[in-house]
Design a protein around this ligand. Structure first.
Ligand code: ADP
Length: 159
């Protein structure tokens, strides 16, 4: 079985993430979307909420699982028999950091990183930008799945 992991914060999942997950699901037998638990970083949605949103929007693919992890991604990969990390590359600005991470992960544990170029429709898209735009009432309906749009509206309306 060929397994891969798509790691990230997914706070919340966007159509840019989903595009990468969908394409990975066509190449690998099983894709795990792994939410990084980072207690130092403040987030809009809890890890459980992010996982529930991801599970909802990836259910259609059939071979995508959702999980969370903390600590080193390569430790998670080794514990779950996953030899490949799949990442999306949006712009040249992503490249520097991703190259370092990929080389570190390969050096640490022999885990490979496969990069997919983003769908040009989503090359400017990040969770933080979505949150910022939505906070000020901007329209993000073309950038996130319907279910996320509803959750964003509820969360941002909360006092
Ligand atoms: P962000 O806040 O930038 O969306 P995440 O940690 O949630 O960050 O993203 C996880 C990974 O998903 C990124 O490292 C990147 O590989 C991929 N990704 C995020 N947004 C996009 C996008 N718009 N297009 C392609 N890949 C993306």
């Amino acid at each position: 079985m060929r397994r891969a992991v798509c790691p990230g914060s997914f706070d919340p999942v966007t159509l840019g993430h989903l595009d990468i997950v969908e394409r990975a699901s066509k190449i690998y037998d099983e894709v795990t979307v792994a939410v990084l638990i980072n207690k130092k970083k403040s987030s809009l949605f809890t890890v459980e909420e992010r996982m529930a949103l991801l599970a909802d929007v990836t259910a259609v693919y059939g071979n995508v699982k959702v999980d969370s992890f903390h600590g080193l991604l390569v430790d998670y990969c080794q514990a779950h028999g996953i030899p490949v990390i799949v990442k999306g590359l949006r712009a040249i600005s992503d490249f520097d950091y991703e190259l370092q991470m990929a080389q570190m992960n390969h050096g640490l544990a022999g885990v490979e990183t496969m990069f997919m170029t983003t769908n040009p429709l989503y090359s400017f898209l990040s969770s933080s930008l979505v949150k910022e735009v939505a906070t000020y009432g901007g329209d993000v309906s073309k950038l996130v799945p319907e279910r996320v749009l509803t959750s964003l509206a509820e969360r941002l309306a909360a006092p």
